[in-house]
Design a binder for this molecule. Structure first.
Ligand code: PLP
Length: 447
């Protein structure tokens, strides 16, 4: 089977090497379970749950049927000043999964929108408390918080920021949590909790009463899986509590079972005041994002609003749209009925052992992982950072594995429905690709 569009020219692809892609396209045309098919009819195993978003596997009929039924019953319901029952049910289910008093769910359509929504909610929270001068956000180097202007400003991945001007003012970055001494440490490092002192340094520098929130991914995902050192999140929490700063987790990747619990905050035992979600919220099949806020944040804002007036001037045409809600309910039902988060937890030690074993290759300069998230750094080739990674991406596509590549880092995030044989297949293909990159004549000089 060969399926190729008539023209590749007109589409401007996101985060893609457009010119080169159009010379050597990589298209998917079908997917079922843990496998995808490319435009040449070849099968690839999904080593990254799509883009960290399809833990229950591709082509789930329960979700497709639920969306189909919903579109015929109620295809659209305007979200401003009106509602439909499914939105309330998804919110109730997410609130039940979330710990503590993280009980209020605001819907968006992506992780980026969720992040920018959480920023606005944080600003309004402080205004409602009579502290409108709290406008600063503290975040981290190497973070990824999506691509809208708020999220880009929070992000700490240099290439995602550098071409877009001054971005938002009043944002400062703490150090990331992977110092050189953590090389090859899998899971949470024993040292490094003191990196959280950077928040206190921001307090000392700018004044606590200027800081609205600290924004962190519990595990920095897109840069290549940086788990927090032991005690780090606790320290951040303590500093936030001491100074009235909101703590916001970006759980767009870690939410819905990636670490074996519902959310990473439960794995680490440190609850935020808000968290952002997307991706697996619908098993990745319909765009949807959410902010989950605790009681304090929701009540402060709504109580301060007028009795019959809008309290938060923010929302999207498709906030909580019926088809996304139907997909989400069906996905949450699958996660529960198949006990998928527990399955993820059970597979984790084997998966992480495999990640750690890649250290045997001379070009591997670090391995990291936690839950069903693992990353391997390679020596750059030809003194050109990113070249080896890009070549591996193409090579893996041609040799049956979908993995995520960021610069010279390979990231794996298998689906929770994977059996051990699938994990073995993913690592057999990864090892074969590493051998090929080590043997390529044009790369051999540097390896
Ligand atoms: N936040 C985090 C932690 C993410 O990993 C991502 C995407 O990978 C986003 C936000 C942005 O999500 P989206 O691509 O749905 O806008």
């Amino acid at each position: 089977m060969t399926l190729k569009p008539n023209s590749l020219e007109e589409l401007w692809m996101p985060f893609t090497a457009n010119k080169h892609f159009k010379q050597e396209p990589r298209l998917f045309v079908a997917a079922k379970g843990v496998y995808l098919k490319n435009h040449r009819g070849e099968t690839l195993i999904d080593g990254c749950s799509g883009l960290y978003c399809i833990p229950a596997g591709h082509g789930r009929r329960e979700i497709a049927d639920a969306v189909h039924k919903q579109l015929l019953e109620l295809d659209y319901s305007p979200p401003f000043q009106f509602g439909h029952p499914l939105q309330f049910e998804v919110a109730r289910r997410i609130a039940a999964l979330a710990p503590g008093d993280l009980d209020y769910v605001f819907f968006a359509n992506s992780g980026s929108e969720a992040v920018d929504s959480a920023m606005k909610i944080a600003l309004q929270y402080h205004r409602a408390k009579g502290q409108p001068q709290r406008t600063r956000f503290v975040c981290r180097e190497k973070a990824y918080h999506g691509v809208n202007f708020g999220g880009t400003s929070l992000s700490g991945m240099v290439r995602n920021r550098e071409t877009f001007g001054p971005l938002l003012a009043g944002i400062s970055h703490m150090r990331h949590t992977r110092p050189p001494e953590h090389k090859f440490v899998m899971g949470q490092a024993d040292t490094g909790a003191d990196l959280a002192d950077d928040l206190q340094r921001n307090v000392d520098l700018y004044g606590a009463d200027t800081i609205a929130a600290v924004f962190i991914e519990p595990i920095a995902g897109s840069i290549g899986i940086l788990p927090p050192p032991k005690g780090y999140l606790q320290k951040i929490r303590e500093t936030c509590d001491k100074h009235g700063i909101l703590m916001i987790y970006d759980e767009v990747i870690t939410g819905f079972g990636r670490l074996g619990e519902n959310f990473a905050c439960q794995t680490f035992g440190v609850n935020p005041d808000m968290m952002t979600l997307a991706k697996a919220i619908t098993n990745g099949v319909i765009p949807m994002g959410a902010v989950v806020a605790n009681d304090k944040v929701y009540r402060t804002i709504t109580d301060a609003g007028p009795a019959k007036g809008i309290e938060l001037m923010h929302g999207y045409t498709w906030s909580g749209n019926p088809a996304a809600c139907a997909a989400s309910l069906a996905a949450l039902e699958i996660y529960k009925s198949e006990d998928l988060f527990a399955r993820a937890k059970k597979m984790t030690p084997y998966f992480l052992e495999q990640i750690a074993s890649l250290r045997e290759f001379g070009i591997v300069t670090d391995t990291r992982g936690i839950g069903l998230l693992g990353a391997v750094d390679f020596e750059p080739a030809d003194g050109k950072p990113g070249l080896r990674g890009y070549e591996m991406l193409q090579d893996l596509f041609n040799n049956g594995l979908l993995a995520r590549i960021t610069y010279d880092t390979l990231i794996l995030a298998p689906q929770f429905v994977c059996e051990q044989t699938h994990i073995d297949e993913i690592f057999d293909k990864t090892r074969a690709a590493i051998r090929r990159t080590m043997n390529r004549p044009q790369l051999r000089a540097v390896s």
